[in-house]
Unconditional design. Structure first.
Length: 179
């Protein structure tokens, strides 16, 4: 006798540096898994068709639309959500800090996807032009800000990250001279 109940599957993921294991229905989206199974509500569901970008997370270091991925497809992979960007509870990621200071959010619905996409851009291109930023964020829709503050925030974050790397290099060189 067959059952109409879906077969459950156990998934193992590393989410923001924490190993997570849950048993889920195979058709559960990664976005729903993050929000409902482990309580990370920073990933938002907008269109649920992979078009708006609100659900963007990092999957093994690359941006992915979590609304069109099943949790079972992410089994064994590393996920970073917007909650995983901050360097500590007291210190925001430079991109998050720049968004806050530039008022690059209004309703906040698109913000998590924008942040993830911006972090990915700056990882690949640490010195982007305004056009680079606009192209990188073109898959993330915002209905509130008009994009100007978002672009300004990403460009500012790029400068902050470059300044931080320059400071680290200088400290490392100073340490080498003293050894």
């Amino acid at each position: 006798m067959t059952s109409n109940e879906p077969t459950l599957r156990t998934v193992h993921l590393n989410v923001n540096g924490v190993d997570v294991e849950r048993t889920v229905e195979p058709r559960m989206s990664l976005a729903d898994f993050l929000r409902h199974e482990i309580g990370l509500t920073g990933t938002h569901l907008g269109c649920e068709h992979g078009v708006c970008g609100a659900c963007t997370v990092m999957l093994d270091g690359a941006p992915a639309r979590s609304c069109i991925l099943y949790a079972v497809q992410a089994d064994g992979h590393r996920i970073t959500t917007v909650e995983g960007l901050a360097t500590s509870e007291d210190e925001l990621h430079p991109v998050q800090q720049a968004f806050w200071e530039h008022g690059a959010l209004q309703c906040g619905f698109c913000t998590s996807g924008m942040l993830i996409s911006a972090v990915d851009l700056l990882k690949r291109n640490p010195d982007p032009t305004e056009q680079d930023v606009r192209e990188a964020l073109s898959g993330n829709l915002c209905r509130c800000t008009g994009y100007q503050p978002i672009v300004a925030a990403v460009l500012d974050a790029a400068k902050r990250l470059q300044a931080g790397k320059a400071a680290q290099t200088t400290r490392h060189e100073d340490l080498e001279r003293t050894v």
